[in-house]
Write a protein that binds this ligand. Structure first.
Ligand SMILES: Cc1cc2nc3c(=O)[nH]c(=O)nc-3n(C[C@H](O)[C@H](O)[C@H](O)COP(=O)(O)O)c2cc1C
Length: 222
């Protein structure tokens, strides 16, 4: 059996660690004091997660929903991503092709039942090639976000943490999003939904932020 070994650039881990130490993102170190959310605003947490990496984004979105009392919506790709699709080292992999094309719009399988009723929408995703995955662009163009507050967020499971994935044909080594911040995600999403108010968002440096800290962070928009 032919075995192919794909190794992501490990230097990114080192550079990422240095970047993180110097980063002024407030991820991970959100305000310590607990605040009660006392708001009539209707809140939705919409997120995309590959679910190949310990469900990082999914778990975080779940905690954020509990912290804010929000509804939860998982953005599911019409065609689920395989491990090979996520291969960063292959220029022809699905994710590489999609991310190289700013107009790529992978189809979404499901739909938010009534987007109209929400005032604030938190949109979570893994950072792919320094920005939001293309499927988030599809999401932003799928609804009328007029007058709504949109808050992007992303999570790093730990600086330079390495995940080794295997399938019948290959091994793929990934590094969690420690090297990149939110990049231009917020401004790209704002262009796609010009009538919304899109925040630049936040990259959290740890997936183990407490409900109280998330309450405190989210209260700015609630
Ligand atoms: C196609 C692809 C591109 C990625 N690009 C970046 C990147 O530019 N910067 C970064 O810090 N992490 C990057 N990562 C790592 C992901 O952000 C990381 O796997 C994410 O935390 C996983 O979240 P999930 O389990 O919710 O999918 C990339 C991962 C994939 C699969």
């Amino acid at each position: 059996m032919k075995i192919r070994i794909f190794v992501s650039v490990l230097i990114v881990a080192v550079v990422g660690t240095i970047f993180l130490l110097k980063s002024n993102d407030n991820g991970g170190s959100v305000m310590a004091d607990t605040q009660k959310i006392n708001s009539n605003k209707k809140v939705l947490i919409a997120y995309f997660s590959t679910r190949y990496f310990d469900d990082i984004t999914a778990k975080f979105a779940d905690t954020l929903a509990k912290a804010t009392g929000a509804d939860l919506f998982e953005i599911k790709p019409a065609k689920p991503y395989t491990i090979a699709d996520l291969d960063l080292t292959n220029k022809k992999s699905r994710s590489s092709v999609e991310m190289a094309d700013i107009n790529s719009r992978p189809k979404i399988a499901n739909k938010v039942v009534d987007m109209n009723k929400y005032d604030v929408i938190f949109v979570g995703f893994p950072i792919w090639r320094d920005r939001e995955p293309s499927i988030i662009d599809t999401f932003m163009e799928s609804y009328d976000f007029s007058g709504k507050q949109v808050v992007p967020f992303s999570i790093s499971a730990g600086s330079g943490m390495i995940h080794v994935m295997s399938s019948s044909c290959c091994y793929v080594v990934f590094i969690t999003s420690g090297s990149s911040g939110m990049g231009k995600s917020g401004s790209i999403m704002q262009k796609l939904a010009p009538k919304a108010k899109v925040d630049s968002g936040n990259r959290f440096l740890s997936s183990s932020v407490s409900e109280n800290d998330l309450k405190s962070w989210a209260s700015k928009w609630l």
